[in-house]
Design a binder for this molecule. Structure first.
Ligand code: MOS
Length: 708
């Protein structure tokens, strides 16, 4: 048997050809016999209730099979119970947000369903509402909830008495995920208690369990298929009310129903990164030692469900500081409920903290990199534990050399060429290096192929490629002969793809399966008088075994209690700011990942590139604008909600530390999905300050703010 000593660097994405040739099938492309099409009717008011709903014209329209609403919905056992969340779609006449689904029209074509949906007429009773977070914060009568327990280490608000202090407010707007693939589901009831769905989900098992609990049918009666996902970023980590609507409609008419929501509906039906207003106070000694960090965040949730995220987490451990206090408050708003979005919470918090760190360095007249290095912690002071691995100082150096940090001038506005001012910025990102529990089954066949199966997902990072490379490294079986199967709820248990944990969680089980297959083969070889390191195929053939199967469940052990485990990133950017128009161009990017062993170099690099591109959007363009008079999004389309395009993205250098952290998992690999984005927007804001002397604390950094 051949054994590699390192991961194959030149391996392409294993499903790349399928994806670029259109062979990869996404949920909406399944064309079932008798398929019907659902289109949602949505509320035009923000808060109140439906007084009457006239569906007659829609029902009579050509091709219409049914209109399902709160008036005629089929039985949904969970929704028949009193109280509880999530929102019980079509089981209430209450309106919680503008654009809330109030009916689904099903027809034999999408166009006919769309037309008929326009014929449904609702009469509402309106109530006063608030969609403005700033207004909720200022209003003493507005309901407020604690988002996370208050945290204090040492003296609270110690920054106030420091030799040097800063105290600033940082504001983030609502951002929406906007993957290319729209959200939706195809539901197909096979019998009264059996349903198959083709879904867009980050977790087939989670979708299966949600449907089981809503319809009170056994999970094993629900088949969830989601082999390919066209980008998700967190929005497909839960099963949304609109998916339940399609499943209800299919149950009602006894035919498969496909629902694909519109781009406009993507702004209200599948969550978003919630707006946040944060205050940071930092105190330091004159020679640049942090003596106090206070971080308070005010975020939003919906009136009908609570959502919280780790906005203030990073401030508790990222820098050496004996006095830290944080608080996080959420206000229920008359908006649809938020959800995690790449770097959930941390990306929001890092914008504030990493901007503030830059502001403090400036106040101290120190290089911001030097200031960070000076306050780099030896241990995680929050958990009072050592880090499992942390190569931040090395990462700073590699990134600084690559971007040419030495060309940066500490005095803002120093580099001017014609109308353009140039600046450099840096920021840190950090996220938990989590590892959950997963099961993988391996089937090694005498024809030399290895099939690995687990009910995980691939929303784009290249999960199949990573798993294949882990198996390849251990078994020596060529990449082309390994197949990793995912996205099917009938496969062995795996968690949803989220929180940068899939490679660590599922990869560890792949590792264990492959190690076990290897030792099983060695045992069979020895017992059949073959050399212990015989070729897998030879051993199986000689012993007349068509295949052997191994199933392993894997999870982290006690080391997870003893160490603080994080992935880190450092983002360096160079920007050019036009003095007359206020346009900001990101002209260079160097992102350094301290994320342990790099298992799949090509897809890992792509993961970092994607994070940087998302970071440009977060920094410069992305904002879901609400007209608070009407409680409605006004730029809910791709023309007005700007995500970066090729022209916005410069050459990006990605550097990996690539040192194993074997405390995290047997591959030594820490996650990467979140750190690719976390902190990036602060690096841009810091670079804009360095270029111009203008500090922008409200994202996105649009020309009006640069000039204003
Ligand atoms: Mo991510 S926000 O864990 O999909």
């Amino acid at each position: 048997m051949m054994e590699n000593t390192r991961f194959k660097e030149d391996t392409d994405r294993v499903d790349g050809i399928q994806k670029v040739t259109g062979k990869a099938k996404y949920f909406a492309e399944y064309n079932l016999p008798g398929l019907t099409y659902g289109v949602l009717v949505t509320s035009t008011i923000t808060k109140g209730k439906i007084v009457s709903l006239d569906t007659k014209a829609a029902e009579k329209a050509p091709g219409v099979i049914a209109v399902v609403s709160h008036l005629n919905k089929p039985s949904v056992p969970l929704y028949e119970q009193e109280g509880g969340s999530p929102m019980k779609i079509f089981y209430t006449d209450k309106i919680f947000f503008n654009g809330q689904p109030i009916a689904i029209v099903v027809a034999n074509t999408f166009e006919r369903a769309t037309h008929a949906a326009s014929l449904v007429k609702a009469v509402y009773e309106k109530e006063d509402f608030n969609t403005d977070l700033e207004k909720a914060m200022k209003d003493p009568k507005a309901k407020k909830l604690q988002g996370q327990a208050n945290y204090t280490r040492g003296i609270a608000d110690a920054y106030k008495t420091a030799e040097v202090k800063i105290e600033e407010r940082y504001i983030l707007p609502v951002e929406t995920h906007n993957p290319m693939e729209l959200h939706g589901i195809i539901a197909d009831w096979k019998s009264a208690d059996q349903v198959t769905v083709y879904a867009k989900t980050q977790g087939v098992k989670s979708t299966q369990n949600t449907i089981a609990s809503v319809f009170k049918i056994p999970a094993k009666n629900i088949q969830v298929n989601s082999e390919f996902v066209g980008g998700a970023f967190g929005m497909a980590l839960r099963t949304w009310p609109v998916e339940i609507a399609a499943i209800m409609a299919s149950k009602h008419i006894g035919k498969p129903v496909k629902l694909v929501i519109t781009r406009m509906q993507m702004f209200t039906m599948v969550g978003n990164r919630p707006a946040a207003i944060q205050k940071i106070g930092l105190g330091a000694t004159k020679d640049g030692k942090l003596t106090g960090i206070t971080h308070s965040a005010f975020g939003e949730t919906a009136s009908y469900e609570n959502f919280t995220e780790g906005v203030v987490n990073m401030s508790k451990f990222m820098y050496q500081c004996d006095n830290v206090n944080t608080s996080y408050t959420i206000a229920p708003m008359d908006l649809s409920v938020p959800i995690w979005m790449r770097g959930p919470g941390e990306a929001t918090g890092a914008f504030a903290l990493e901007s503030a760190i830059d502001e403090m360095a400036h106040a101290l007249d120190m290089d911001p990199l030097e200031f960070r290095i000076k306050n780099d912690p030896e241990i995680d002071q929050q958990q009072n534990k050592p880090f499992s691995s942390k190569y931040i100082k090395e990462a700073y150096k590699l990134g600084a050399d690559k971007i040419g940090w030495k060309n940066r001038k500490n005095k803002p506005g120093s580099i001017v060429e014609g109308p353009w001012q140039t600046g450099y910025g840096v920021s840190v990102g950090v996220f938990n290096a989590s590892r959950g529990k997963a099961t993988v089954k391996g089937i090694l066949k005498a024809n030399g192929t290895l099939v690995l199966q687990s009910a995980t997902s691939d929303i784009g990072p290249g999960t199949g490629t990573g798993m294949t490379l882990i198996a390849n490294k251990i078994t020596g079986i060529p990449v082309s002969k390994i197949k990793f199967e995912l996205g099917d709820s009938s496969l062995p248990q795996a968690p949803s793809q989220g929180g940068s944990a899939t490679l660590s969680t599922v990869g560890s089980a792949v590792n264990d399966v492959c190690e076990s297959l290897k030792s099983t083969i060695a045992e069979i070889a020895v017992s059949s008088n073959m050399p212990v390191d015989s070729n897998f195929t030879d051993v199986l053939k000689k012993n007349n075994l068509p295949a052997i199967e191994v199933t392993k469940e894997s999870q982290g052990g006690k080391e997870r209690d003893k160490y603080a485990m994080y992935s880190f990133s450092i983002h360096f950017v160079q920007v050019k700011v036009h003095q007359l128009t206020g346009v900001v161009k990101v002209t260079r990017i160097v992102s350094v990942g301290d994320s342990g062993t790099i298992v799949s170099p090509k897809t890992a690099r792509s993961q970092m590139l994607g994070g940087a591109v998302g970071g440009i959007g977060m920094a410069l363009t992305e904002e879901a604008v609400i007209d608070h008079r009407f409680g409605r999004y006004i730029n809910n389309n791709f023309a007005d909600y700007h995500v970066p395009v090729n022209a916005d993205v410069p050459e990006i250098d990605v550097i990996f530390i690539n040192k194993p952290d074997l405390l995290v998992n047997p591959m030594g690999a820490k996650g990467m999905g979140e750190i690719a984005l976390i902190g990036f927007s602060a690096a841009v804001a810091n670079a804009v300050f360095n270029a111009t002397g203008k500090r922008i604390r409200t994202l996105p950094i649009t020309p009006d703010k640069v000039l204003g």
